[in-house]
Design a binder for this molecule. Structure first.
Ligand SMILES: [Zn+2]
Ligand SMILES: [Zn+2]
Length: 252
C-alpha cells in the first residue's frame, strides 16, 4: 500500500512512525499526524483559517461582510443556472489554505489530509445532521489524471466525511467523460463552458434514493460542482447539495 492509497486511520498511524511531529508549514512548532502536521500557531495566525459563518449567499455559500438578515442570494448566483440546491464551504480559501490544498493535491502531501478533512468535517457535520442524506459523492477525476496523480483528493476527503457522518460513500454513479483544462486562469463564463458535458451518469443504478452531498476540495465559481450536480440529477438524484473545504473568490 502506498501512502496515497492508505485510508484515514492507517495513514495517520504510518505517518506518525515516518515523520517527526513537526509542523510542515513553519517547520518549528509541534504538530502531530492527527493534526495534519499543521501547528496551532500556524492555524491561529490572523487570516490563516477563516471559518465561514453567516451571513453568506444561501445558494453558493459566498460569505458576506456586514449585516444581512434572512435568506438571500448573491448577485453572482442570480443570473446562473446552478444545478445544485446550495453549496457550503468550511473556510475561506486563504493563502495558507490554498498552499496546503496545492501541496496535497499536486504534490501528494498526504500528511496534510487530516488537517483539510478536519476542517470539512468540523463545519459540515452539524449541518448534515439536520437533514437526512442518502449518499456522499466525490467530484470524479478523469481516469488518466487520477492514475497520474495517484489519488483523487475529492474522493479521499469525501471518504473522511462519509466515515464521520455515517453516510454511505458513492463513487460509481457519475464519471468524468473527458479531461478538462485547469481552470485557475479562466474567467467565470469560460469555466462554465470548459465544464459543459464534462460529467455523465455511468448507468450504475442509484442504490439508495436521491439526497446527495457532493464533495470537492475548493469551490470557486461553482462551474465544476454544478456540472457534476447536473450529471447526478440525470442519474436520478432528487437533491444535490455541495460541501467543499474552501471557498475561493473570483475576480471576473
Ligand atoms: Zn506551524
Ligand atoms: Zn451566490
Amino acid at each position: 500500500m502506498t501512502l496515497a492509497s492508505a485510508s484515514g486511520a492507517w495513514l495517520e498511524g504510518a505517518l506518525g512512525l515516518l515523520y517527526p511531529p513537526v509542523c510542515q508549514l513553519c517547520g518549528e512548532d509541534r504538530a502531530t499526524a492527527g493534526e495534519g502536521y499543521v501547528c496551532d500557531r500556524c492555524r491561529n495566525r490572523p487570516g490563516a483559517v477563516r471559518w465561514i459563518t453567516a451571513p453568506y449567499c444561501d445558494r453558493c455559500g459566498l460569505p458576506y461582510d456586514g449585516a444581512v438578515t434572512g435568506q438571500f442570494e448573491c448577485g453572482h448566483c442570480a443570473g446562473l443556472d446552478l444545478h445544485f440546491r446550495r453549496a457550503r464551504a468550511a473556510v475561506v480559501a486563504t493563502d495558507l489554505i490554498l498552499r496546503v490544498v496545492h501541496a496535497y493535491k499536486y504534490h501528494r502531501a498526504v500528511w496534510f489530509e487530516p488537517f483539510l478533512a478536519g476542517l470539512l468535517v468540523q463545519a459540515a457535520l452539524p449541518e448534515l445532521r439536520r437533514e437526512s442524506w442518502d449518499g456522499i459523492v466525490p467530484v470524479p477525476l478523469f481516469p488518466v489524471k487520477e492514475r497520474e496523480r495517484e489519488f483523487n483528493q475529492s474522493a479521499r476527503l469525501a471518504a473522511r466525511l462519509s466515515a464521520a457522518a455515517g453516510i454511505p460513500l458513492e463513487t460509481r454513479v457519475v464519471c468524468r467523460r473527458r479531461p478538462t483544462q485547469t481552470q485557475t486562469q479562466l474567467s467565470r463564463s469560460a469555466r462554465a463552458e470548459n465544464m459543459r458535458g464534462a460529467f455523465a451518469p455511468t448507468g450504475v443504478e442509484w442504490p439508495r434514493g436521491g439526497r446527495v452531498v457532493l464533495v470537492d476540495d475548493v469551490l470557486t465559481t461553482g462551474a465544476t460542482t454544478s456540472a457534476c450536480a447536473r450529471a447526478l440529477r440525470l442519474a436520478g438524484a432528487a437533491d444535490v447539495c455541495v460541501w467543499t473545504v474552501a471557498r475561493g473568490q473570483w475576480s471576473t
